[in-house]
Write a protein that binds this ligand. Structure first.
Ligand SMILES: NC(=O)c1ccc[n+]([C@@H]2O[C@H](COP(=O)([O-])OP(=O)(O)OC[C@H]3O[C@@H](n4cnc5c(N)ncnc54)[C@H](O)[C@@H]3O)[C@@H](O)[C@H]2O)c1
Ligand SMILES: [Zn+2]
Ligand SMILES: [Zn+2]
Length: 370
């Protein structure tokens, strides 16, 4: 079938919306009509070259939609089913899946490193040219064909927009404080960077009962939004945050610090680590340029204070269990997802959406499909 999709052809280029051929679903695959796709910063890292997904690639990895066609052997979904997607597959059989760490599923390497499907088969083509799908989802497209291991049943009462966000940014930020470095009632928490990921981390800290939630972002609009999601304190930078945090925590500093800036750099780490309490955790969520391999960190002070530096992949989310929890929190009004969408865009406006992200105008921008 034909589909219109936003394709990145070269590093430093723009998303080009064009008509592609989409493969019918193979064994274990479904084709979905995409209904919403969030503008996560991670797609943009491929544009700048910070990340290096094989090109050309259809962007979009934070989406939701409806099943329009099922491949051979698929018994989990039928035509018409609503689905949320997730960048990490969960095979249910590997060592990681079977020990409750499905975000590290052995199949993940497949989606992170390669944008083509099983046997390097491309699901999108323009003429003879195979076009990849970012994290094998490619949700900046009217239709996409994906593995059932990346699709999860979506209840009828959850809007496609909210579900899309949960497909990456919300799970990553919420999971940072729920699973990666679980926040306890009364904890002091700092969230650095209030995009989709950071706004969800603020909410995760609130739901967990943190007593202090300090949001740090240079953009005043983001700080206003952070307060809306539960931040108790705000600062425009770490320098401004340190004395306030010291005072409210009686010198202890933050039990959990979530780093969710747009682009991480190694030299930022030392100042971030200063925010962390003895025995606390610095949750590295933001993506740095792939070529950067050095960091600045006063190691002895870090070690003797028993601090942890922990990587965050998609909030350690197990989509089967955690999406269901998220829908319950959303229904109960404990997590605000609709409020995170600052602006919506058509597929043709995807570059405009990323322009707005860089200008700090959105907590999250969302591409919606009619
Ligand atoms: N680890 C994962 O699984 C995972 C998943 C999703 C996104 N990410 C990454 O997380 C990061 C955040 O994603 P997002 O979509 O929320 O990005 P975003 O661009 O929407 O938000 C980033 C925010 O950080 C702020 N910021 C920039 N520099 C800052 C600084 N020095 N101090 C404080 N705030 C600063 C910006 O103003 C912005 O509000 C990105 O690097 C993204 O690629 C990682
Ligand atoms: Zn697995
Ligand atoms: Zn993402």
């Amino acid at each position: 079938m034909k589909t219109r999709a936003a394709v990145l052809w070269s590093t430093g280029g723009k998303w080009s919306v064009e008509e592609l051929d989409l493969a019918e679903p193979g064994p274990g695959e479904v084709t979905i009509r995409v209904r919403a796709s969030g503008l996560c910063h991670s797609d943009d890292h491929n544009v700048t070259g910070d990340s290096q997904a094989p090109l050309p690639v259809v962007g979009g990895h934070e989406g939701s939609g409806e099943v329009v066609s099922v491949g051979p052997g698929v018994d989990r979904f039928s035509v018409g089913d609503r689905v949320a997607t997730f960048p990490m597959p969960a095979c249910g059989r590997c060592r990681y899946c079977s020990s409750g760490r499905s975000h590290l599923c052995d199949l993940s390497a497949r989606t992170m490193m390669a944008t083509a499907g099983e046997n390097a088969r491309f699901r999108f083509h323009r003429g003879d040219v195979g076009v990849g799908a970012y994290t094998q989802l490619g949700t900046f497209s009217e239709y996409t064909t994906i593995s059932v291991e990346q699709a999860f049943a979506l209840p009828d009462d959850i809007p496609f927009a909210a579900a899309a966000l949960v497909g990456c940014g919300v799970s990553t930020g919420f999971g940072a404080t729920r699973r990666v470095a679980p926040v306890s009632p009364g904890d002091h928490v700092v969230v650095i960077g209030v995009g989709g990921v950071g706004a969800a981390a603020v909410q995760g800290a609130r739901v967990a009962g943190a007593s202090t939630i300090m949001a740090i972002d240079p953009v005043p609009f983001k700080l206003e939004q952070a307060v809306r999601f539960g931040a108790t304190h705000t600062a425009h930078g770490i320098g401004e945050a340190l004395p306030v945090l010291r005072e409210v925590s009686w010198g202890a500093m933050a039990d959990v610090v979530v780093v969710a800036v747009g682009v991480m750099h190694g030299e930022m780490l030392a100042a971030q680590a200063e925010l962390v309490a003895k025995g606390g955790s610095l949750v590295m969520t933001a993506v740095a340029p792939l070529v950067e391999t050095t960091v600045a960190l006063p190691l002895t002070r870090f070690a003797l204070a028993g601090k942890s530096l922990v990587g965050n992949l998609a909030g350690s989310t197990n989509p089967v269990a955690d999406f269901d929890e998220m829908w319950r929190l959303y229904r109960a009004g404990q997590v605000q997802l609709d409020e995170m969408v600052t602006r919506t865009y058509s597929l043709d406006q995807v570059n405009k959406g990323y322009e707005d992200m860089h200008a700090g105008r959105n907590v999250r921008g969302l591409v919606v499909f009619d």
